[in-house]
Design a protein around this ligand. Structure first.
Ligand SMILES: [Zn+2]
Length: 315
């Protein structure tokens, strides 16, 4: 089954200061991605888990990020939360069957109402909760997220969409969604909380793991690397970074991920130039220092295949 979307990138300018000193490192968190729509690469049991979204066993873990910003880890993409006098805004909403648990976790943080849901992109493990929360809050996303969700029930669809950037003035700060094309999908946004010094990366960032890149919907490993390079130019040394999957991160974690992208793309492209086919490259594998990166949702073989397919397609 083919997922949907497409897209483009916005350029923007100087991003404001995100603030200071260095971080503490990172909460543990078992947030392995469970559901991207790349059905062909998953076995049936994985699919079932993704489709049903939430077993009884799933617990929502609340991680303080900075000030009034939190991260919820459950199943699927990490949720960003802003709470305050204006109410609650969340970034992504995992799966509909988890909605009650997500609501309980939000209720423990604030008595306010959920006002906005920002979707970073259209994949099911990031927008599944729209089916519930879309009835009570305004969903916001890039134009291509709505396009890629075409045909879904109205409450699932973003009501407010944008092309390049959009700012929500909420809980005392400007929460900026900026479109980054050609990385993970064609409709991805990265969300900047400048005052709180927090960034939610969506699936541009799998912390410590090879990423899922949705080639069928405009994703591209080389574009992903460029986008991460851009973001690294915008964040500060002590910015708290919420990844799409994996534990809360620091700028240093994002630097390590960026280096992985640069080096693994270069290795695979070098082997393609030598005339090797996919099977030969997969047999050779990647340098040992990247071994643990293939222990998540995307194996080393799958990551090699993704780079190979995009590179041989001339992207
Ligand atoms: Zn995704």
């Amino acid at each position: 089954m083919k997922p949907d979307i497409a897209h483009l990138c916005a350029f923007f300018i100087a991003i404001a200061p995100i603030a200071t000193a260095c971080e503490q490192g990172v909460a543990p968190g078992p947030a392995e991605p469970v559901a991207t729509p790349d059905e062909s690469s998953r076995d049936k049991s994985q699919k079932d888990r993704a489709d049903h979204g939430a077993g009884e066993e799933v617990e929502i873990q609340t991680v303080p990020v900075a000030g009034n910003i939190y991260m919820l880890i459950g199943r699927g993409g990490n949720i960003g939360v802003s709470v305050g006098g204006d109410g609650i805004l969340i970034i992504d909403d995992q799966f509909a069957p988890l909605a009650d648990k997500i609501r309980a976790a939000l209720g423990a943080l604030s008595k306010g109402d959920l006002q906005y849901v920002l979707n970073t992109h259209h994949h099911g493990d990031h927008v599944g909760g729209n089916a519930v929360f879309g009835k009570e809050a305004t969903i916001i996303a890039h134009d291509n997220v709505r396009k890629n969700l075409a045909g879904k029930p109205a409450e699932v669809l973003p009501v407010v969409t944008f092309d390049k950037t959009l700012t929500v003035h909420f809980n005392g700060e400007a929460i900026r969604a900026v479109h980054f094309a050609s990385g993970h999908t064609d409709g991805d946004s990265i969300i900047f909380f400048d005052k709180s010094n927090v960034v939610h990366m969506g699936d541009h960032f799998f912390n410590g793991r090879f990423p899922y890149v949705d080639l069928g919907n405009g994703g591209n490993p080389a574009g992903l690397e460029e986008n991460i390079r851009t973001v690294l130019g915008l964040v500060k040394s002590d910015t708290k970074i919420i990844p799409g999957h994996g534990p809360l991160a620091t700028r240093d974690d994002l630097v390590a991920y960026h280096q992985m992208l640069i080096e693994t793309v270069a290795v695979i492209r070098g082997q393609i130039k030598q005339g090797k086919n996919l099977a030969a490259i997969q047999k050779q594998g990647l340098p040992a220092k990247w071994k643990s990166w293939g222990e998540g949702f995307i194996s080393t073989e799958k990551w090699i295949e993704t780079i190979y397919n995009s590179s041989t397609a001339g992207k």
